[in-house]
Write a protein that binds this ligand. Sequence first.
Ligand SMILES: Nc1ncnc2c1ncn2[C@@H]1O[C@H](COP(=O)(O)OP(=O)(O)OP(=O)(O)O)[C@@H](O)[C@H]1O
Ligand SMILES: [Mg+2]
Length: 666
Amino acid sequence: MDLNDAVVTCAINILWSNSVGVTGKKIVFKTATLRLVRNDVRELFVEVTGEKAKPIKFKLRDVMVHKKFMSEGKASINFKSENCVMYLSNAPPGILMYFLRTIFIKLNGGEQKDEATTQKQLRAHMLSGKPSAFEEVSPITTTEMIMAKKKAGLLGRGTATTTSPLVSQKRRYDDISREDGKSISQAPAAKKLYQDKDTATPSLGVEEKVKLCEEQLEVLRACTSGKNVFFTGSAGTGKSFLLRKIISALPPDGTMATASTGVAACLIGGTTLHAFAGIGGGDYGLQRCIELASRPASAQIWRKCKRLIIDEISMVDGQYFEKIETVARHVRKNDKPFGGIQLILCGDFLQLPPVVKTENNSTPTQRFCFQSNAWEKCIQCVFELKEVHRQSDPQFVKILNHIRIGHVNEEITKRLRATSKQKIEGNGILATQLCSHTNDAHSINESKLESLDGEKVLFRAEDSDANMAKQLDSQLQATSQLYLKINAQVMLLKNINISAGLVNGARGVVVRIEKGVPVVRFKNNREYLCKHEKWIIKTASGGTITRRQVPLKLAWAFSIHKSQGLTLDCVEMSLSKVFEAGQAYVALSRAKSLDSLRILDFDPKQVWANAQVLQYYKLFRRHLHDSTMIPLGAKNIKREKSNDPKTIALAKLKKSLMDKPLVSIS
Ligand SMILES: Nc1ncnc2c1ncn2[C@@H]1O[C@H](COP(=O)(O)OP(=O)(O)OP(=O)(O)O)[C@@H](O)[C@H]1O
Ligand SMILES: [Mg+2]
């Protein structure tokens, strides 16, 4: 992360006890800053600076760190020789992890002096009469990192990773102290700090090594500085990935991570916006919505919320957004936009629009969030991510950028039609069919599973609260009951090991059942024993519910709506029944490359973009060039009478967007 790895701001309680363990002095800081500093003789200290308090320093010698709840922003540091424990809470989990890692590496990654030498130097310094000076530790160097890893038994003598017996040893506390200048084994601590696979905050997981690019860092900075931010970008520019990093850089108390759909919410470790808001599906009148949100449980959630994060904002209905903005002001008794809650919104309006309920067979009036007055009032900063990370082939990226704005020419048609006959299957793994309608996908999976020989095996999920099974089913891709057979086509639902290709969305086939769990052969020929994984869902009230299940889902077919936000390995689609603007773009942009994609019946007519969205983006880009601090919203957007992509106005608009493509094409 771009932030200082030697500093963390959080709530801190410091407790001293006497030699028989009776608690004595206690200091409580609601907010304080911890800094790693060194003195003149390079001894390490943690410096605590609270509000209106003088800094206090604690020598980092003979310490134990308890970090089991690091992903919830909690940890403790036990200064054993001082009989003092420091409890940290409400720390941004990602920042806390880097802070603890810096302690670990600084303690173990340098050439260490023994105690006698240090004492000698200290005496000399005191005699010199110079005032003591402390300075912040320098950034971690590669040498320090390698040395620390070696000492922890995470690196062998060569470069290969070793499996030290201590690595698998389960310990409640991780002793990272050095005694007598020698390192004791810190393998579990190190393993956790380098390879944590916790899911409550996915950014602390296996993605930790993937670094944000410069444009993503700029958005992160705006979010951590408290601004109301909307960031957009085409499919695969890393919006959800960045959101996970943003969530882990914010204090957990009052940070509500939500998304318009369950699948998207799960990808950022959050809940659905509807579950958070507590006003039902948004069909009630405003007065009723305020009443619903004012019920004690709902009102408490609204009052506690300091930062509201919404992914896949394109699928949030504009009227609903307007309603929750008013509800927020009423329930929080605060007249500021959104009742003073910081908003972090992200999505791509050129992907799927809100699902609109048709009343009395009338034509649905789609209202996007950006068309609401609330949007204009609330959004302070807008950003557009341009670097595509999902696809690396520049030709495919270029095609997708054209499709995104509903533009198809002969060259694109020819290239996409050429995929219709290509063989994308391999290793017994069939392509996943993307269907425009959910029911089609469901029945394909059912019938394909039935048609396989052999017994069906049931894998039941274990939920922390059996009464919440329905909510978990609606939010997670891992179902409460999963039926599999040998040769079933499946998709992995977790990032297990990025470098080994075992990532969320990886396609495979069940080859056998071993030790009661399925073994899957993936497209890259790797076999993996899919043991139970844990999903943690944050409830709107701040609690958590967990599900343990085999991380697989049947993958003969998915609906395009359920695939929004995903990266898929090997996909086939028929787009003849698409019914939404952006639907073909969402389907096509799930693929990583043209070689892993087969379009059966490509026709340019299947591709169109919503005219109002195009106009919004045109305006958006103009503002983006002037300044990023602008109100953007409905007032500035002239409504198109027709959605027909063939209108002259639209053609002109597309042309202007093509002259300056929304995403730079290399
Ligand atoms: N800075 C980065 N470096 C390397 N890979 C990245 C980076 N940012 C994102 N990625 C990877 O790119 C892929 C797409 O990211 P992500 O799903 O977040 O995109 P998105 O913008 O949310 O797409 P969509 O609009 O389809 O939801 C993921 O595999 C992610 O890990
Ligand atoms: Mg996404």
